[in-house]
Design a protein around this ligand. Structure first.
Ligand code: DUT
Length: 144
């Protein structure tokens, strides 16, 4: 089944996303040339807005090579794009923290996304005891 995503580009010279093979994450590009000093934080605009299919959200993560290429990490570890983020000015962005002086040029591919089905409706039921065995603290299974 092919799902359709409406996409709006904010710059006519930003390369359009090509049709992608099923299962592949989709690369996104910086829509502005950005210089960051070591330890500086900036929101990098990605030059696109989308209307996701009903019942879906999108997750944005860095490319594996982004740190090597640009010395940046994503401050929220993973960006979550809500289904409701679909207005004409709801441009996607990448929150970047630089670990060295760096420059990212317009059009360079800095991150990737894919869509996921949203979490089903859940109900939180408060209890005094969960009634299960404790598994042990973090790292209790060792490293080997
Ligand atoms: O890396 C990101 C994270 C979020 N967003 C957009 C999509 C998302 O739907 C919106 C709000 O993000 P989020 O809910 O994570 O932000 P918040 O800090 O919880 O603020 P809000 O009060 O707007 O929910 O910003 C991005 O473009 N990139």
């Amino acid at each position: 089944m092919t799902l359709q995503i409406k996409i709006k580009y904010f710059h006519s010279d930003l390369p359009k996303i090509k049709k992608i093979a099923q299962g592949d994450w989709i690369d996104l590009r910086a829509a502005q040339t950005i210089e960051l000093k070591k330890d500086e934080f900036k929101l990098i605009p990605l030059g696109i807005a989308m209307e996701l299919p009903e019942g879906y959200e999108a997750h944005i993560v860095p490319r594996s090579s982004s740190f090597k290429n640009f010395g940046i990490i994503e401050t929220n570890s993973m960006g979550v794009v809500d289904e409701s983020y679909k207005g004409d000015n709801d441009q996607w962005f990448f929150p970047a923290y630089a670990l060295r002086d760096t420059k990212i040029d317009f059009g360079e591919r800095i991150c990737q996304f894919r869509i996921f089905e949203k979490m089903p409706e859940v109900e939180l039921i408060e209890v005094d005891h969960l009634g299960n065995e404790n598994r042990g603290g973090h790292g209790s299974t060792g490293v080997k």
